[in-house]
Design a protein around this ligand. Structure first.
Ligand SMILES: C[S@@+](CC[C@H](N)C(=O)[O-])C[C@H]1O[C@@H](n2cnc3c(N)ncnc32)[C@H](O)[C@@H]1O
Length: 322
């Protein structure tokens, strides 16, 4: 078995705990010693609202795609070291490892279910001799100090993770988000790139099924910093040279427009909103969707398209570490 420091190109500074991540698919290719402490698991469960262990079974089947990945590839420097913070099932890993610009990629996530799928992708990439990117997965929490030295990464990615880091238990609900950006600043090299994909509140409202679940949508907005506030938090952590662009590609790709899929659990595991909806609102939403799709499909379809055309689906942010 390799030790973790043999497999991770960037120095891990935190002492791993003794708990092992047992991955039956992984055989003995790497020692996935887990750095997520029991305390961080408890903290994460208290703060996050989504059962990612359950969602991980069908997250990829929901159609999730790595939105804005072409923009990201264009922007990253040649031979870069990337941290994909909250990598989930590793959907950005494959295009990044294939693009010929990435020297090393570390996908870090707190959830073992999501990591299980990321590790499978990492193993497939490692077995492909034409891929030169050093690909690693790591169990770790963004609520804690990151287990890396100072100035080691060229790029940090944070894709669709922000609502999961908001802490609604306390007055300063974005305190962990601020801390996380400070940690990103510390581990990035001067001039390093921070790339964030998130949704504005308008973009959340424009998602066709969110429209049918206004209470859940409000809860998601409460957890998602609006762009001005987000920019302020990132600036305070020592970043500048911001660019913001709207992107029209849905997070579920073409599946987004296959409305009937919302009646399947695998589709719903691809978007956090479904974890926030109460029983009553869920029942009403399902009935109105069924009715709308059966009786007024054209109107339904034209509203779904026109709202998204106005707002876009997601917002891609780039900025650099001062
Ligand atoms: C919506 S998914 C996005 C996954 C991936 N970035 C993508 O775009 O497909 C959010 C991810 O954030 C992870 N996450 C939530 N809280 C976290 C934390 N405290 N530390 C690390 N990852 C976390 C979840 O486990 C989940 O995989």
């Amino acid at each position: 078995m390799e030790s973790m420091s043999d497999t991770i190109p960037v120095q891990v500074t935190q002492e791993p705990t003794s708990s092992k991540v047992v991955d039956p698919e992984l055989e003995t290719t790497a020692d996935m010693t887990c750095i997520v402490t029991d305390q961080s698991r408890v903290e994460n469960e208290e703060i996050d609202f989504e059962d990612y262990l359950r969602a991980s079974f069908s997250y990829d089947k929901s159609g999730r795609i790595p939105v804005c990945v072409e923009q990201i590839i264009e922007k990253i420097p040649q031979d870069c070291a990337i941290l994909d913070a909250g990598c989930g099932t590793g959907n950005y890993m494959i295009p990044l490892a294939n693009c010929g610009k990435v020297k090393s990629y570390i996908g870090m996530d707190v959830n073992e279910g999501m990591l299980y799928h990321a590790r499978k992708k990492a193993r497939t990439l490692r077995s492909n001799e034409s891929i030169t990117t050093d690909v690693t997965t790591l169990a770790g929490s963004l609520l804690e100090d990151l287990p890396f030295g100072d100035n080691v990464f060229d790029v940090v990615l944070l894709n669709q993770v922000l609502p999961h880091i908001a802490d609604l238990r306390v007055f300063d609900k974005f305190k962990y988000i601020s801390q996380m950006f400070k940690e990103f600043n510390r581990i990035l090299k001067p001039g390093g790139l921070l790339s964030i994909n998130t949704c504005t509140h308008d973009q959340l409202s424009a998602v066709w099924y969110n429209n049918a679940m206004p209470e859940a949508c409000e809860m998601l907005k409460t957890r998602t910093p609006e762009i001005d506030e987000l920019k302020e938090l990132i600036e305070k952590a020592g970043f500048s040279d911001f660019s913001f662009s709207k992107d029209n590609e849905p997070l579920q790709g073409e599946n987004y427009w296959r409305y009937e899929l919302c009646f399947t659990e695998s589709y719903r595991s691809g978007d956090a909103i479904w974890s926030l909806v109460g029983d009553e609102e869920y029942g009403k939403a399902m009935m109105s969707m069924k009715y709308g799709l059966r009786e007024e499909r054209d109107t339904f379809d034209s509203i779904a398209h026109s709202t998204i055309e106005k707002t876009g689906h997601t917002t891609q942010i780039f900025c650099t570490r001062v």
